[in-house]
Design a protein around this ligand. Sequence first.
Ligand SMILES: *[C@@H]1O[C@H](CO)[C@@H](O)[C@H](O)[C@H]1NC(C)=O
Length: 400
Amino acid sequence: MVVKSKGIPLATLLLILFLSAIFPTSFSNQVLNSKKPIPSSSASSLGSSVAFQIKGNVYPLGYYTVSLAIGNPPKVYDLDIDTGSDLTWVQCDAPCKGCTLPRNRLYKPHGDLVKCVDPLCAAIQSAPNHHCAGPNEQCDYEVEYADQGSSLGVLLRDNIPLKFTNGSLARPMLAFGCGYDQTHHGQNPPPSTAGVLGLGNGRTSILSQLHSLGLIRNVVGHCLSGRGGGFLFFGDQLIPPSGVVWTPLLQSSSAQHYKTGPADLFFDRKTTSVKGLELIFDSGSSYTYFNSQAHKALVNLIANDLRGKPLSRATGDPSLPICWKGPKPFKSLHDVTSNFKPLLLSFTKSKNSPLQLPPEAYLIVTKHGNVCLGILDGTEIGLGNTNIIGGEKISNTNKF
Ligand SMILES: *[C@@H]1O[C@H](CO)[C@@H](O)[C@H](O)[C@H]1NC(C)=O
């Protein structure tokens, strides 16, 4: 499935940091004029973090999940991680339409209903004039995702037990959606996960809630391995002490997005015609998307560079739009990456080192033995000029 991201709701001002090695990134909307990275470990009372193991991969699965425990006694739900949207929701036994889990694995609502007059309720409404019929009315929500899927439900609060890196266990009451009507469209299959973990920048995200309860610093990071899996963390304790690059995040019209200032693309360390790309970090999108013009330029650069090499365009692979085949099928990226050049994204407003994209980071070997470009044409699927860094083997840390 392609763009999973639910959204691209918008944000404030952030700093991003990219760790060069596997290339993780970090975002922060913290301080515009702060050029300094946040201290990676401090004696501060907010110095604790929570870490989650990530499962999943870009191909063939197309999504990443973490297990989140909810309730008391807790039950565990596998949620799709999405830095492109705010609201966390789980399939709910309410009764449920479009739910894909067996009934005993649905969330049974027993938390406190969030009221319509609660500020968190106004924060998730897309309509500008949020109206409540009465003080005790419940808070209904509806989220729509870029892949045309949606979830409709009611906002409630329940205990979410979290183990912190300092050894403490906390059970904050956090607000999330109890989704009783899920839809999906077109070629996208119904969700196979129990719901979505919204990691956006807006106030309804679990991160913002933990930060406003004073439990973590406003940092979120994830590190995704090329072999699948990885880890996710909240708080600033697990930021690698070196290899991190910071760049300011833009104030964007949609509050839950982590969007960078303009970046220029380099191919094989040389400048290209692709300049001034603004990028949104969105783990809910399986792939990375460039606007048509940038995408065409990139495909041409790669095609020219492949001349004389034992690779030719493979047109019959249904996995992805742009693929190449070799003399015999490739078994892994290892067999083929030496034929491709590294890409770099250089953020024009930061003096830091650029974000490195080695071939492993932008190529995928399919089950048909072809190597395909993991950067897709976003304009073709209706993203217009938006450029998205998807969940592909990229790590990022956002200070929100
Ligand atoms: C550990 O961190 C949590 C979250 O920041 C905090 O609530 C708790 O008091 C800390 N525990 C100790 C023993 O410092």
